[in-house]
Design a binder for this molecule. Structure first.
Ligand SMILES: CC(C)(COP(=O)(O)OP(=O)(O)OC[C@H]1O[C@@H](n2cnc3c(N)ncnc32)[C@H](O)[C@@H]1OP(=O)(O)O)[C@@H](O)C(=O)NCCC(=O)NCCS
Length: 163
């Protein structure tokens, strides 16, 4: 059972989010958003804060029954063009992979948006992130477009799941 709560980005929770980022060097290498060789709390904290505090965005933290942080998900609540909620980044603790935690966090996000009346969820997966596409496909997401991302022009699959 996973619970999702809004990120506070303070104390132990922030420590856990930084550790989780550090546990996924391959993700940062493939995205180019951080240099795995030099990334640290000092480089990660401002990015986490910026993404959580941006207008219309929200970061949720996933915890197990003991309160241990397993991962987090960054979301855009309503895309300005298509009106759908978008998942920006889902990151699961690399030491706890393939135990269903990513799926459980996404299911919680889907339940929340479905309850709020959303009809679909979308997200962008960098083509360079080869491992993420089969994950999203296993959860029922389908590619609806292939285009450069707005941030850096990286080839990106736009995926969608109808709720
Ligand atoms: C992608 C990620 C979120 C998956 O989280 P996870 O907790 O390991 O995934 P789950 O255990 O919930 O996997 C659910 C199903 O997805 C599929 N799946 C997950 N990872 C996969 C992989 N590397 N290759 C193929 N299929 C995969 C499987 O069908 C899996 O079910 P199974 O283990 O019973 O076969 C995690 O690896 C991660 O944080 N990666 C780095 C960041 C990232 O790429 N995020 C997504 C881009 S936004």
């Amino acid at each position: 059972m996973i619970t999702l709560t809004r990120a506070t980005l303070t104390g132990d929770e922030l420590d856990s989010l930084v550790e989780i980022c550090l546990s996924q060097p391959e993700y940062w290498r493939s995205s180019g958003d951080q240099d795995p060789a030099s990334m640290s709390r000092a480089t990660l904290e401002p990015t986490l804060r910026e993404d959580a505090e941006a207008d219309g965005c929200e970061t949720l933290v996933g915890r197990d029954g003991t309160g241990r942080v397993l991962g987090f998900v960054q979301m855009l609540l309503r895309h300005p063009t298509d009106g759908h909620p978008w998942i920006g980044l889902l990151l699961v603790d690399g030491r706890q992979g393939r135990q269903g935690y990513g799926k459980a966090i996404v299911t919680g996000v889907e339940d929340r948006f479905r309850a709020e009346g959303a009809t679909a969820i979308r997200l962008g997966v960098l083509v360079a992130n080869a491992e993420a596409t089969p994950f999203w496909e296993a959860l029922g997401y389908r590619q609806i477009d292939l285009r450069p991302d707005r941030a850096k022009g990286r080839p990106t699959r736009v995926m969608e799941k109808l709720l």
